[in-house]
Design a protein around this ligand. Structure first.
Ligand SMILES: *[C@@H]1O[C@H](CO)[C@@H](O)[C@H](O)[C@H]1NC(C)=O
Ligand SMILES: *[C@@H]1O[C@H](CO)[C@@H](O)[C@H](O)[C@H]1NC(C)=O
Ligand SMILES: *[C@@H]1O[C@H](CO)[C@@H](O)[C@H](O)[C@H]1NC(C)=O
Ligand SMILES: *[C@@H]1O[C@H](CO)[C@@H](O)[C@H](O)[C@H]1NC(C)=O
Length: 362
């Protein structure tokens, strides 16, 4: 996409989803309040009301060996360890996150979760930062192999959204990785708050410890800086070609910064250029362990991109639809940003590698 095309698209719409956030009367329970024990408590779909403005979720939440294939519409995700996590990505090839945020499905690094598998070679560098309140994973991907358009700068997936039903709708997240899970890898906790940016051949994901305070979960899994990308929301030192897990200090929550001892809050403008008066700092890390990617991802070594499309019957609820403005409050249109900012961010990514960020259409 040319710069002018990109700028034009970005200027098209300028609705802040949060200014309008309100429950859908047909499904008023916010996704973050829908909690289910894994796996026995999970319903086939957590978001099934056909009267809901954005429609029911396109996939399902009961995922098993039957649903484990490259056309899976599983929308129950898992983030456990550097060798065992899932990303949200589109069900049909050559999609943008902005157009398909409500229908993303889980793509995982390991079989066993009833999902699609991330094809071999897609993950090109991954850094996991383990902290006392959250786990952050950031890295580089070949996004075309998980159905994203090559030039998509992407957007943010999280369990909120203008109608509080989440993007993707009905998307659930589980983990065995928090100390509050008791060190048992065979049981899983529901992750209540999480956020995942996808785009610009990069990703970043934070899952907040469900045992931490609700204030901490809100702060560290903040979802309102959705146009500002990984380097702002999840500062990291991911390097292309390196696969590592580190302990890390807590980040300063997105939006907060300290000048002369005074803490201030930056607000992402509803439209136009994003202009934070500071650069987010990567928190100190220690005890980094690096891994060989072939060993980490041996289970997906034979998974090749299929380029296949999803059949309507795979969803159980009708075909995967392009969500080009389905009319819910504030979500119909991508938010806009200054093209210069996005392009600036993009060139930073090219230079610094780790400072990647995206334009955030979610
Ligand atoms: C497997 O998952 C599918 C899709 O959610 C569901 O219809 C089916 O009942 C599940 N099978 C078992 C044995 O749980
Ligand atoms: C992806 O979609 C764009 C816009 O619809 C189109 O121009 C492009 O050729 C497509 N790319 C592939 C690989 O299908
Ligand atoms: C759980 O999994 C982690 C990550 O793979 C591993 O380091 C740890 O040893 C496992 N714990 C147990 C009790 O097996
Ligand atoms: C990461 O490295 C691979 C292999 O050298 C390269 O093909 C890819 O473009 C790089 N990705 C990014 C985002 O720089």
């Amino acid at each position: 996409m040319s710069r002018s095309t990109l700028s034009a698209i970005l200027v098209l719409a300028a609705v802040s989803k949060f200014a309008f956030a309100q429950p859908d009367p047909a499904d008023p329970t916010p996704l973050v309040d829908k909690t289910y024990a894994y796996p026995s408590g999970i319903p086939y779909q957590v978001d099934y009301n056909t009267a809901a403005i954005r429609g029911p979720q396109v996939g399902y939440n009961i995922c098993n060996s039957t649903t484990e294939n490259q056309e899976s519409m599983c929308q129950t995700s898992m983030v456990n360890h550097i060798d065992d996590f899932c990303l949200w990505a589109p069900p049909i090839p050559n999609s943008t996150i902005g157009d398909t945020e409500q229908e993303e499905v889980a793509w995982c690094t390991k079989p066993g979760h009833g999902t699609r598998l991330i094809p071999n070679g897609v993950l090109q560098g991954v850094q996991v930062l383990v902290t006392s309140a959250y786990i952050q994973i950031a890295g580089f991907i070949d996004q075309t192999q998980v159905n994203m358009a090559a030039d998509d700068y992407g957007g943010e997936l999280d369990p909120h959204g203008a109608d509080l039903r989440g993007n993707p709708l009905g998307g659930l997240m589980y983990s065995n990785a928090f100390p509050s899970n008791g060190g048992n890898n065979n049981t899983y906790q529901q992750v209540i708050d999480w956020t995942n940016f996808m785009g610009g051949n990069a990703f970043c994901m934070t899952i907040c410890d469900p045992a931490s305070s609700s204030d901490d979960q809100a702060a560290y899994c903040q979802n309102i800086y959705d146009r500002m990308g990984c380097s702002y929301n999840m500062p990291n030192n991911a390097q292309n070609g390196t696969f590592e897990v580190c302990d890390a200090d807590l980040k300063t929550p997105a939006g907060l910064y300290v000048t002369n001892g005074v803490t201030s809050t930056y607000s992402q403008p509803a439209s136009g250029a994003v202009d934070p008066p500071y650069t987010a700092v990567v928190p100190a890390s220690s005890n980094c362990v690096t891994y060989n990617s072939a060993a980490l991802y041996s289970a997906i070594a034979t998974v090749t991109p299929t380029g296949s499309t999803v059949s309507a019957s795979a969803t159980g609820t009708g075909s995967v639809k392009a969500s080009t403005g389905t009319g819910s409050s504030g979500t119909a249109s991508p938010t806009s940003t200054g093209g210069a900012v996005a392009l600036g961010v993009s060139s930073v990514a090219a230079i610094a590698g780790t400072a990647f960020a995206m334009i955030f259409l979610s």
